[in-house]
Write a protein that binds this ligand. Structure first.
Ligand code: BTN
Length: 268
């Protein structure tokens, strides 16, 4: 299986042959989210890096990506982007991570026959014999005009472990993560997987939200026992699904229902 990642391998696989995104490919960068923020072209953008030295995770954490066996990329959707692409409004921002999670999960299913499930809001996990393992993280950032509340751009960074072996990961996360190769024993063409994700992502941007939410709910880990922090207290409950705005519905131990709008949940 050939596995070459470069600008040609990417643009030749994008539907509409690169009409919708400018494409930047880097062998090495600090973070593709940082690159996407610095970009000042008018078009929408796809930045792909073979390796990142300072991959960023949610809540200021690091995302290990200093290894050329994964795919690390950021999609930037500009408010003044290519015609035919939807222009994001402030209420759309929360849907970008959901779109990304569904796109990765659908691509893994169609190209690798691997079921990845979503841990709300947007971690992608595999259920292995030794518990859930994370394969993909998503970090969405946006720039909003303070006066008008107009969205200038939304960037969605996706990091997916593809051809990594267990030894590729640092000691402290080895037991918590996996890759498509570790799961199936097969090596994949990263450009195929990357472009499938981008093509699905682009389709979802144009689709009604109901379809996205239906697809998201199919992949969401439901009925799982979790703990979470709210108003300085720790609660436990069961995941039940998401609301129309992408918030998590949880049934607490006392039977009451509550909605989580942001933050993190932990499996217990
Ligand atoms: C998380 O799991 O906390 C989110 C991880 C997001 C990682 C991706 S890799 C591509 C893009 N560039 C970054 O620096 N982060 C995102």
């Amino acid at each position: 299986m050939s596995d070459i990642l470069n600008e040609y391998e990417i643009t030749s696989r994008l539907k509409n042959k690169n009409l919708e995104y400018d494409v930047i490919f880097k062998k090495l960068t600090d973070s593709t989210n940082n690159d996407a923020k610095k970009y000042n072209g008018k078009n929408n953008l796809l930045v792909v890096a073979e390796r990142q030295t300072s991959g960023k995770g949610r809540y200021g954490r690091d995302f290990y990506s200093d290894n050329s066996n994964g795919i690390y990329f950021t999609i930037r959707i500009n408010n003044c982007g290519a015609s035919g692409m939807p222009r994001p409004a402030i209420g759309d921002i929360t849907f970008f991570p959901l779109i990304a999670a569904v796109s990765v999960s659908q691509a893994a299913s169609s190209l690798c026959n691997i079921d990845l499930y979503i841990k709300w809001p947007n971690d992608l996990l595999y259920k292995s014999d030794s518990g859930y393992k994370k394969l993909c993280g998503i970090l969405t950032e946006a720039s909003i005009e303070a006066e008008t509340r107009d969205v200038s751009y939304v960037i969605t960074g996706i990091g997916l472990n593809v051809n990594n072996d267990t030894e590729d990961f640092p000691e402290d996360i080895k037991n918590k993560v996996s890759s498509l190769k570790i799961i199936s024993g097969k090596k994949y063409n990263r450009a195929d997987i990357l472009c499938e994700i981008v093509n699905i992502f682009t389709q979802f941007l144009r689709m009604p939200r109901e379809i996205l939410l239906d697809e998201y709910n199919k992949k969401l880990l439901i009925g799982v026992d979790i703990s979470f922090a709210k108003n300085g207290r720790i609660f436990t409950g069961k995941t039940m699904g998401i609301t129309k705005t992408g918030n998590l519905i949880v049934t607490l131990e006392n039977g009451e229902e509550t909605i989580i709008q942001s933050g993190e949940i932990n499996f217990v």
